[in-house]
Design a protein around this ligand. Structure first.
Ligand code: 26W
Length: 819
């Protein structure tokens, strides 16, 4: 987009003055950031208005992506890139003597998500806008996002993430669209004129849901969709003006209660805790979203609710918003007098559910009494849905009581949210081919049997705009120079790089950029951690949430093994390697926290032992988050994707690394399987047990890791380091890890995730990396092939599949009116 540079400069100067009473010369980085963001927002707003004017005028279908998490990353740089204003803005900023990178760095990450699921939602929004698909992201405006991680004496400390501290430049508060959400109370039955009953919710507590809208800018088009995050406010806050003393007190109390609702993101990933506040959050944003949708629908289409599925689709991002099924029923049946059966058909046509994990500890099952007390009317509706569903099951499987118990939505005093989502949706999808197969054949087998037509796969993807265009600007430029910029909107264009892998000049240019990125990262570590790393070493990176199934432990045990080898033979022939980790652990997840400590203690040992000649270095990069990922991933040679096969639903980090020319070290798990299909077996390092082997072995339950310990002196030596004082003078510190690997810990099985079973295969694959890396040309070809073959993993491809196969959603072109 072309901008008038002088006009832009004048606006920017004015905004610095208006917002902070400063001049460009005296303003802080934060103030300059705020002013630049406001200036850009002005350009965005014209398109934003036009987009919604177009949606209103055409009455097009809209998808609402319902998600508890949106891990958006910084807005500013992304908006500038997608508006295709980057070069011109950069020139203006340079002319003004301001360091553009420092301004981008002044923006705090809106960390409103835990990990994969939240970041996927953000990539999807970028693709939706770029593909001109009408969409809303619907979620919660947490006041505190995912905690900030500090490492103190090797251990994780959590600090609150006050992301709103410097204000919220991108969010627009829209009090005019506030809605009331009701909790607690009781339900009474009233006779309607026609003799039917109506259920009325009484004595409830109200919370006001106020939306804040954030722009989601499409790439090189006029589409700006909306991320709508709901915040909670007290109903009586608005009566504060009256305040005779009693009401004032009450209003303040209510205000505090309301604030608590949206105060903080639950920092647990793949672990369900059954906390009432979380259920309140879920119902809060789902109810607000659906109420607003139905109000708007009625304004446009009256009470013709049969039309609803042609106008709105609701995608449920995991089970967290699955209460939408019951809430939509409530709004249709109670508030709009739609008959149950008709409402049920409408609900199923509107809703679709995505499953993101097979980890059983992640499954949401709300206790019956908590649920019925908090949401009495919703509970009745779930009971009714369950009754009808079970009746259907009895008709089909009357002989098989066990099966019916397994499938019931309400059982054992719990409400099974995944079952509710499946029964109330027309589509159930997994997030990678292998994952969907496992769902169909194992976890959701019973449901696949009765609803085979509902099941489908949508392999995840990532947006190449942020993960290459923005994160790796040097590589983006090189690629555009060689094959043009078509890849920004058609990532399969990258296949055109394949023949260039055979051209020496291109290989050199590609690897020069990799090296520059590594130098930049090394500088960052020097500045932030005062650690020296060698840009000519292999950068081997594992970044993701810390979880036992992701097996950071396998990685660090292997590093300990390498260290032992080097101690024996300091002249061992190996390419120097820098192992980099980034991972947050859920605050209450003891084993995960201990693994973080282990990584840091191994780093202390290895980095401070001059006898190994700097051959290996270990870095734990604190506070892993989107903006840090954007620095780390472009600098990677090796991408660690080493989960126990069958456990990682998809992974999306694996795709970001591949796109940036890192080679995957991985198990045949999640989307790694498809990455191998795309890049070819020769351009990836695959090791370890296969998914079916893991599943069989687990079922046989005859694995004894002691056999490995007793037979394998290398493994024995590594495990003994955990308890013999090498890493920590207190020999008890890492005992639980030792225990979990050999005997099981806290009720888990011994080596539940087959770390020891896969250890040798992993060590062998790592040795192969070392050998291949020595052949510079071969390595460069592999790296280039990874970038060249990553087209499938664009979230544009994924979103097209959702739009065509699940939502029936068509692009709507937005044209700017001539002024
Ligand atoms: C109730 C606690 C809780 C919180 C978050 C349970 C489960 C979750 C998420 C479903 C966990 C998650 O982020 N899953 C990841 O989703 C990604 C996007 O599909 C996948 O790529 C990852 O493999 C999967 O772990």
């Amino acid at each position: 987009m072309h901008i008038d540079k002088e006009a832009f400069k004048a606006k920017l100067i004015a905004n610095v003055r208006i917002l902070s009473r400063q001049s460009v010369e005296t303003a802080t980085q934060e103030q300059l950031y705020e002013a630049l963001a406001f200036t850009i927002r002005d350009y965005v707003t014209s398109k934003w208005l036009e987009t919604h004017e177009t949606y209103d005028r055409t009455g097009c279908k809209i998808v609402c992506y319902l998600s508890m998490e949106f891990l958006m990353g910084r807005f500013l740089g992304n908006a500038i890139m997608n508006m295709t204003m980057f070069d011109e803005i950069k020139e203006v900023i340079d002319e003004m003597g301001i360091d553009y990178n420092l301004i981008e760095d002044a923006e705090r990450d809106p960390g409103l998500g835990n990990g994969g699921l939240g970041r996927l939602a953000a990539c999807f929004l970028d693709s939706l806008s770029t593909l001109e698909l009408p969409a809303y992201g619907c979620g919660i405006r947490y006041h505190y996002g995912i905690f900030e991680q500090k490492i103190v004496d090797g251990a994780q400390m959590e600090l609150p993430d006050d992301w709103l501290h410097n204000g919220d430049v991108w969010g627009v508060r829209r009090r005019e669209y506030a809605v009331e959400v009701k909790f607690y109370g009781n339900v009474v039955r009233e006779m309607k004129d026609n003799g039917e009953y109506r259920y009325v919710h009484e004595n409830y507590q109200s919370i006001i849901a106020v939306p804040y809208d954030y722009p989601v800018v499409g790439y090189n088009n006029n589409t700006v969709n909306t991320l709508r995050l709901w915040d909670a406010e007290a109903k009586n806050m608005f009566d504060l003006e009256k305040f005779n003393s009693g009401d004032f007190q009450k209003a303040v109390e209510e205000q505090n209660l309301a604030k608590a609702l949206t105060d903080v993101l639950y920092p647990a990933d793949e672990h369900y805790a059954g906390k009432e506040l979380r259920l309140r959050q879920q119902y809060f944003f789902v109810s607000a979203t659906l109420q607003r949708v139905i109000t708007k629908f009625k304004m446009k289409f009256g009470n013709n609710f049969a039309l609803l599925p042609e106008k709105y689709a609701f995608q449920l991002n995991d089970t967290h918003p699955s209460i939408a099924v019951a809430e939509l029923m409530r709004i249709l049946v109670d508030e709009n007098d739609v008959a149950w059966d008709e409402a049920w058909e409408i609900t199923k046509k509107c809703c679709a559910y995505t499953n993101h994990t097979i980890m059983s500890e992640a499954l949401e099952k709300w206790p019956y009494d908590l649920f019925s007390r908090l949401l009495p009317r919703i509970f009745m509706i779930v009971e009714e849905i369950n009754k009808r569903f079970c009746n259907m099951l009895i008709e089909k499987y009357g002989h098989d009581a066990e099966k019916i118990r397994r499938m019931a939505i309400i059982a054992d005093g719990q409400i099974r949210m995944a079952w509710l989502a499946i029964v109330g949706s027309h589509s159930v999808n997994g997030v990678a081919a292998l994952h969907t197969e496992i769902l169909k054949n194992q976890e959701l087998k019973d449901f696949y049997e009765i609803y085979p037509e509902r099941f489908n796969n949508k392999t995840n993807g990532i947006t190449q705009r942020r993960w290459l265009g923005h994160a790796n600007q040097k590589l983006a430029k090189l690629i555009t120079k060689e094959i043009g910029d078509g890849w920004y909107t058609d990532l399969d264009e990258l296949h055109k790089l394949e023949p260039l892998a055979n051209k020496k000049k291109f290989r050199e240019a590609f690897m020069d950029i990799k090296r520059e990125n590594k130098v930049e990262l090394a500088q960052y570590f020097k500045e932030t951690m005062d650690i020296d790393i060698d840009p000519d070493s292999i950068f081997d990176i594992q970044v993701k949430r810390l979880h036992e199934y992701k097996r950071q432990l396998l990685n660090v045990l292997h590093i300990m093994h390498l260290y032992n080898q080097l101690k024996e033979d300091p002249n061992m022939d190996m390419v120097p390697r820098t192992f980099i980790f980034g991972a947050k652990s859920a605050a209450g997840y003891k084993m995960a926290k201990l693994i973080i400590k282990l990584i840091n203690k191994v780093a202390d040992l290895v980095n401070n032992d001059p006898s190994i000649n700097g051959k290996i270095k270990v870095v734990f990069a604190a506070n892993y988050r989107v903006s840090l990922a954007e620095k780390l991933i472009p600098a990677a040679d090796i991408s660690e994707q080493i989960s126990t096969a069958s456990k990682e639903a998809s992974g999306t980090g694996n795709m970001k690394f591949m796109l940036n020319g890192a080679v995957t070290m991985g198990t045949l798990d999640g989307a790694n399987v498809e990455i191998m299909e795309e890049v070819g077996e020769d351009n990836i390092f695959i090791f370890g047990m296969k998914a079916d082997e893991v599943i069989d072995q687990y079922a046989r339950n005859d694995y004894n890791p002691w056999d490995i310990y007793n037979m394998d002196p290398d493994i024995q030596a590594v495990l003994n380091m955990l308890i013999n004082g090498t890493l920590d003078s207190n020999t008890e510190t890492f005992k639980p890890i030792f225990e979990s690997l050999l005997n099981g810990y806290n009720g888990s099985r011994a080596d539940e995730y087959f770390v020891l079973k896969d250890f040798n295969a992993y060590a062998k694959a790592q040795a192969k990396v070392d050998a291949v890396y020595k052949d510079k040309d071969k390595w460069a070809k592999m790296a280039i092939m990874n970038t060249a073959c990553s087209g499938k993993f664009s979230s544009d491809r994924t979103i097209k599949e959702y739009a065509e196969e699940i939502w029936g959603l068509k692009p709507v072109h937005v044209e700017m009116k001539k002024k």
